[in-house]
Ligand binder design. Structure first.
Ligand code: DMJ
Length: 643
C-alpha cells in the first residue's frame, strides 16, 4: 500500500511528462508489465464475469460492497476500467521515474567528477613518464605481441557494453568494461581485423571499398585500396594467411597502368605510403618496385603544375594532371601531406627527384603570404600558387594534416630541418591564439575554426583529434631542447585528447559524431552539441591514434581503456555480417542508420592503432625509429636529410 501511495504521490508531483512511446520501447517497463500481468488478468476476468453475471461478485469489505451495490451497471464498468488503467499506469510510471532518477544521479555524479579533474590529465598513479623517447620504458608485461593465448567471447563483451551505452548517459572511463586483459584486447582487435578482411574478401575483392550490408563495392581509383591500406596491419598483427592473400594480389593482380584519374594526396598516403612501409617492414623488393612505379605515375601532378603547388588529380597512365573537377583550388592539407612519402622514396632509391619536387611545395607554402600566425587558409590554387583569400582557418578537414606533417617532417630527418619545427611551433601558437576555446559548463578544450579567416566558430571535426597525439609526439622530442614548450604542448595535447574522448563518451552509442559543436552559452547545460547532419561516424581513426601516442609516451592505462570503449562501440554498432559499416546516427541507439560503407582507413589506421594501443611492447614500431604517415603507414626515421 505504501509503495502504491508513493507512486501516486510521485505521479502527481513529478514534472516529468508521461511518454507513451517510451512505454513500449523500454525494456524495464515491459518487464514490469510482465510482472503485473497476473494482476491485470485477474482484474480483466473480474470485469468480464461481472458483465456476464455468471459468477457471483466476490465480497471485499462491506463499505466497498455497499458502494458497489448502489452503482449502476455502467458506473461499475467504468470503475473497473479506471481501476485497471490506474494500476497499470502507476506501475509503468514508477519504473520510469526510478530509471530517470538513477540516470540523473549517475549524470550528476559524472559531472561532479568531471569538474573535479578537468585539465588534470592522467591521474598520478597511472602515469609513469618515459625518460626519453628512444628509451621509453616498457609497461609491466602481461602480454606478448601477437599472442594468441585466449579465445575471447566477443559477443559477450559487446553485450556488456550495451548495458553501459543504454543506461550511462555517458560511457565514461568510470563505467568502462575494462576487465579484459591486454592480450585479450589485442586478440579481440585481431578478430575485428579478420572479420573486416573476410567480408571484404568475400564481397569486394580487388575493389576499393566494401559495402558490407548490400555486399556490393565501389571503385574510387580501382586499385584495391582496402587491400593496400590493410597490408601492413595484417603483417603487424601476424595474420599470416590474410597477409599472403594480400601480397599475392600485389604481386599478380595490382597494376598502376590504368587510364584513371586519381587524387594525388589520397593515392600518396594510401598506396605509396603502404608500399613504402611494406618494403621497410619486409625488405621484399616487390614493394619497392611498386612504390617506384606509383611514385613515377603520381609525379606529373607536381612537375606539370605551372606553380610549385601540385595539381590535385593526375591520370595514372597519361600523366595528365589537373585541378579538381568540382573547383579551381586544392586543399592545403592535400598539397602538404605528400612529403614524408616522396622523401622516403628518394631515400630508398637514391634518386632526389621525388624529394626535390615535394620540398619545393613545402618551401613555397612556408614563404607564402596569407597565413595568420602560422595558420594556413584551407584552399590553395595550383595555377597561381596562392591561398584563396578569406578562406576558413581550421585544423579540421582540408587543413588538418598540414600541421601533422610539419612536426613529422622534422622527425623524419632526425630533427635536422629546423624550418619545419619553426613552422610547427608558430602554428601551435596560432592555434592557441585563434582557435582554442573552453566549452561551458565543463571547460572542455576545443579546437574551433575562424570562418572566412575571421569569424570564430566552436565547431570541431573529428579529424582534428589527431592533434593531441601530434602534440604529445612533438612534446616528447622537445623535452630537452625546449622544456617549457614541451610541457605546455603535453598539457594542451592532453586536454584536446580528453575533449576527443568526450566526443565519444557523450553520445549514447559511445561513438563520436563527424562534427561536434561546443557550447558557449551559460544557459545551456551540455558542453557538446551535435547537429542532425553531423551525426555520422565513418570509422575514423584520429582519436584512437592520439590514445596510442599518449599510451606510448605516458604509459597511462586510461588511454587504453578509452580505446577499449571505442573498440567495443564499433563492435556493437558498426559490425554487420559483411564487415563493419559507417553509421549515420551516433545519437540514437535504436536507429543508427547504417551507411553500408567500410572505408579502407578502418583497416589501415583504426584497427592498427587499436592493436598497437593494446600492445605492451614499446619496441613494436618504436616512436624513435618510425614515423607514421597520415594513413598510419610507418616509415623509418633517418639521421639527416641526405639522400
Ligand atoms: C585518412 O585518410 C587520413 O588520416 C587523412 O589524413 C585524414 N582522413 C582519413 C581518416 O579519417
Amino acid at each position: 500500500m505504501n509503495i502504491l501511495f508513493n507512486c501516486i504521490l510521485k505521479f502527481c508531483t513529478s514534472k516529468k511528462p508521461f511518454q507513451f512511446q517510451f512505454f513500449f520501447q523500454n525494456k524495464n517497463i515491459m518487464d514490469s508489465m510482465l510482472l503485473l500481468s497476473p494482476a491485470i488478468i485477474i482484474l480483466f476476468v473480474y470485469f468480464l464475469t461481472y458483465c456476464v453475471h455468471n459468477i457471483a461478485v466476490p465480497r471485499m469489505d462491506w463499505m466497498i460492497y455497499i458502494t458497489w451495490k448502489r452503482a449502476t451497471r455502467c458506473q461499475k464498468n467504468l470503475i473497473v476500467l479506471v481501476l485497471c488503467l490506474t494500476v497499470i499506469s502507476i506501475f509503468v510510471y514508477s519504473s520510469q521515474i526510478s530509471k530517470l532518477e538513477k540516470e540523473e544521479a549517475e549524470g550528476l555524479d559524472f559531472v561532479r567528477k568531471k569538474k573535479g579533474d578537468q585539465h588534470k590529465g592522467p591521474s598520478d598513479e597511472n602515469v609513469m613518464v618515459a625518460v626519453d623517447l628512444d628509451i621509453a620504458p616498457d609497461p609491466p608485461q602481461n602480454n606478448k605481441v601477437g599472442s594468441k593465448e585466449k579465445n575471447v567471447d566477443h559477443n559477450i563483451r559487446a553485450n556488456d557494453l550495451l548495458v553501459d551505452a543504454v543506461h550511462g548517459r555517458v560511457v565514461s572511463e568510470e563505467a568502462a568494461p575494462v576487465q579484459a586483459s591486454m592480450s585479450e584486447r589485442q586478440e579481440f582487435v585481431r578478430g575485428m581485423m579478420r572479420h573486416a578482411w573476410s567480408g571484404y574478401k568475400k564481397y569486394a575483392w580487388g575493389h576499393d571499398h566494401l559495402h558490407p550490408i548490400t555486399h556490393k563495392f565501389d571503385n574510387w581509383f580501382g586499385l584495391g585500396l582496402t587491400i593496400l591500406d590493410a597490408l601492413d596491419t595484417l603483417y603487424i598483427m601476424d595474420l599470416k594467411e590474410e597477409y599472403q592473400e594480400a601480397r599475392e594480389f600485389v604481386a599478380n593482380k595490382l597494376t598502376f597502368d590504368k587510364d584513371i584519374d586519381v587524387n594525388l594526396f589520397e593515392c600518396t598516403i594510401r598506396v605509396l605510403g603502404s608500399m613504402l612501409s611494406m618494403y621497410h617492414l619486409t625488405n621484399d623488393k616487390l614493394y619497392l618496385d611498386k612504390a617506384v612505379d606509383i611514385g613515377d605515375r603520381l609525379l606529373p601532378a607536381l612537375t606539370k603544375s605551372p606553380s610549385p603547388v601540385p595539381y590535385s588529380d593526375v591520370n595514372l597512365r597519361t600523366g595528365n594532371a589537373h585541378a579538381p573537377k568540382w573547383g579551381p583550388d586544392s586543399s592545403v592539407s592535400e598539397v602538404t601531406t605528400i612529403q614524408l612519402e616522396f622523401r622516403d622514396l628518394s631515400f630508398i632509391t637514391g634518386d632526389s627527384k621525388y624529394k626535390d619536387a615535394v620540398d619545393r611545395v613545402s618551401k613555397h607554402v612556408h614563404d607564402l603570404a596569407g597565413k595568420k600566425d602560422g595558420l594556413i587558409p584551407m584552399w590553395i590554387n595550383a595555377r597561381t600558387g596562392n591561398f584563396r583569400p578569406s578562406a576558413t582557418l581550421t585544423v579540421g578537414a582540408r587543413a588538418d594534416s598540414y600541421y601533422e606533417y610539419l612536426i613529422k617532417l622534422w622527425v623524419q630527418t632526425g630533427g635536422t630541418e629546423s624550418v619545419y619545427l619553426d613552422d610547427y611551433l608558430e602554428a601551435v601558437r596560432g592555434i592557441e591564439k585563434h582557435l582554442i576555446g573552453l566549452s561551458i559548463p565543463n571547460h572542455f578544450t576545443y579546437v574551433g575554426e575562424l570562418l572566412n579567416g575571421v569569424n570564430p566558430s566552436a565547431k570541431m571535426d573529428h579529424l582534428v583529434c589527431f592533434l593531441g597525439g601530434s602534440l604529445a609526439l612533438g612534446s616528447r622530442l622537445l623535452e630537452k631542447k625546449l622544456p617549457e614548450v614541451s610541457k605546455h604542448h603535453m598539457d594542451l595535447g592532453t586536454a584536446i585528447t580528453k575533449t576527443c574522448h568526450e566526443m565519444y563518451a557523450s553520445t549514447p552509442t559511445g561513438l563520436s559524431p563527424e562534427i561536434t559543436y561546443f557550447n558557449l552559452n551559460e544557459a545551456v547545460k551540455e558542453d557538446v552539441i551535435v547537429k542532425p547532419l553531423d551525426r555520422h561516424n565513418l570509422l575514423r581513426p584520429e582519436t584512437i591514434e592520439s590514445y596510442f601516442y599518449f599510451w606510448r609516451l605516458t604509459n597511462s592505462s586510461m588511454y587504453r581503456d578509452w580505446g577499449w570503449n571505442a573498440a567495443q562501440a564499433f563492435e556493437k554498432y558498426c559490425k554487420v555480417e559483411g564487415g563493419y559499416t559507417s553509421i549515420k546516427n551516433v545519437m540514437d541507439l535504436r536507429n543508427t542508420k547504417p551507411m553500408d560503407k567500410m572505408e579502407s582507413f578502418f583497416l589501415g589506421e583504426t584497427l592498427k592503432y587499436l592493436y598497437l594501443l593494446f600492445s605492451d611492447d614499446h619496441k613494436l614500431l618504436p616512436l624513435d625509429k618510425w614515423v607514421f604517415n597520415t594513413e598510419a603507414h610507418p616509415l623509418p626515421i633517418r639521421s639527416s636529410s641526405r639522400i
